[in-house]
Design a protein around this ligand. Structure first.
Ligand SMILES: Nc1nc2c(ncn2[C@@H]2O[C@H](COP(=O)(O)OP(=O)(O)OP(=O)(O)O)[C@@H](O)[C@H]2O)c(=O)[nH]1
Ligand SMILES: [Mg+2]
Length: 423
């Protein structure tokens, strides 16, 4: 099966917590604070590798979590850094943030690596908080918690040339004649069910062709298989539009051309303007003067146009040579969108909190900021409590409580803990 889309969950490691510890030597019962810093969490990277060709692996493993930083320890020992995680994906993988659709990376070169999420900073041990007036800090700073997120992976074939056209017009026959690809060929529509890649060589120039099957009227809205494959065309530098010039099966070449052209346009206007060559195939079945007339009509529209018979190799070499020559004039790669360089680092919203008065008249302060703060306060320790109060004041929580109408002696709830307001 050709798996070209996947959604996975990634999460960088949390920072390790700073330690609270005091030196205790044989003859030194009350030594100074010596809690070490926490280690930084591991980051999540994504790397393009050429030995993968589908996103198949991601159907089975969907969670990718880097290592957490270790907590600091006594004797000022710093916690170990969490292990980084590198996720390997096939070349041509586009990575988007699931929630917003924002482009995070477009991995179109072998070895290209991006950091998708940075690990959380490590916390700070109590040794660092010692000052001349605070000689025994009984608190430390915890590491930053990292919030994971979902990304959508999409594999876009990185072919130089896209072969497209209505079903049964001879795309697969052509790619099998001019390249190493060996797709199924059959005298019925939808013989080819998945895009096929082939490598063609002209002189000392080699390039890749993709047979993009399944385009029919309405493909851009999801009819047939087309929509799933249209995106593979986005990456090609040159399109070769195959048309059955013989009009067998009662088809009209010009009408077929416009049907496919409209689908391209509906899908992505940029695509419709990609350089395009017309291959009028099955010329062996066509009335010669009709075929010439059709060719002339396309040329009048400004297209390069070739009369060929893929089945009998008539004109196929000329067409391939022309494709090679055109490619050499075109830019190396087609990026249809620039990745967003400023994507946010996903950390828990450390900053937010709310102040509310419940029906019993008690003031409740809650939210990630408060939880985070309470996580590293030792409520049994006076200095730690002083630090806690100062944080609340500096942050504006006290001011907000006063604004909400709190008075000296009122009860407040803070992260499930009950306090009397004596600030
Ligand atoms: N007479 C004639 N028949 C051809 C020519 N090229 C292809 N055919 C036949 O047309 C039929 C369809 O060819 P394919 O190459 O499978 O066509 P396709 O465009 O890949 O079709 P789908 O995969 O269904 O989209 C087969 O029976 C081929 O043998 C040609 O130049 N002349
Ligand atoms: Mg085919």
């Amino acid at each position: 099966m050709f798996i070209d889309q996947a959604r996975i969950y990634i999460k960088a490691g949390n920072g390790g917590n700073g330690a609270v510890s005091f030196y205790r030597g044989k003859y030194i019962p009350n030594g100074g604070p010596d809690g070490g810093n926490g280690g930084r969490g591991g980051s999540v990277f994504m790397k393009a590798v050429s030995n993968l060709s589908t996103l198949q692996n991601f159907r089975f493993k969907r969670k990718y979590v880097a290592g957490n930083g270790e907590d600091g320890a006594k004797a000022k020992r710093a916690g170990k850094k969490g292990e980084d995680l590198t996720i390997e994906v096939p070349v041509g993988t586009v990575v988007r943030e699931h929630d917003t659709g924002r482009l995070l990376a477009d991995l179109n070169k072998e070895g290209q690596t991006v950091e998708l999420q940075a690990g959380g900073r490590g916390g700070v041990g109590n040794a660092v908080f010692a000052t001349s007036t605070r000689q025994a800090p009984n608190f430390a700073k915890p590491g930053v918690l990292v919030e994971g997120f979902y990304v959508d992976l999409e594999l876009k074939l990185l072919a130089d040339v896209g072969l497209l056209g209505m079903p049964n017009v001879g795309k697969s026959t052509f790619i099998s004649v001019v390249s190493n690809a060996r797709p199924k060929i059959g005298d019925y529509p939808f013989t080819t069910l998945e895009p096929q890649l082939g490598i063609a060589i002209v002189g000392d120039f080699s390039f890749t062709l993709a047979d993009i099957p399944g385009l029919i009227e309405g493909a851009s809205e999801g009819a047939g298989l087309g929509l799933a494959f249209l995106r593979h065309i986005e990456r090609t530098r040159l399109l070769v539009h195959f048309i059955d010039v013989s009009g067998s099966e009662g088809r009209d070449p010009m009408e077929d051309f416009h049907i496919i052209q409209d689908e391209l346009e509906n899908f992505n206007a940029v695509l419709a303007n990609r350089p395009q060559i017309i291959a009028l195939n099955k010329v062996d079945l066509a009335n010669p003067s009709d075929a010439e007339l059709t060719k002339k009509r396309f040329e009048d529209m400004g297209y390069e146009c070739f009369l060929i018979s893929a089945a009998s190799h008539q004109g196929t070499k000329e067409l391939l040579d022309h494709i090679a020559a055109e490619l050499q004039k075109l830019p190396e790669t087609v990026l249809y969108e620039e990745p967003d360089k400023t994507y946010k680092v996903y950390r828990l919203e450390e900053d937010s909190y709310t102040v509310e008065q419940n029906e019993d008249g008690i003031f409740e302060v809650s939210g990630p900021y408060i939880e985070e703060l309470c996580r590293h306060v030792n409520f049994q320790d006076t200095e730690s409590l002083q630090y806690f109060q100062k944080q609340l004041r500096d942050k504006g929580v006290i001011a907000d409580l006063e604004k909400a109408g709190v008075k000296e002696g009122d009860t407040i709830y803070l992260d499930g803990l009950e306090f009397e307001f004596i600030f």
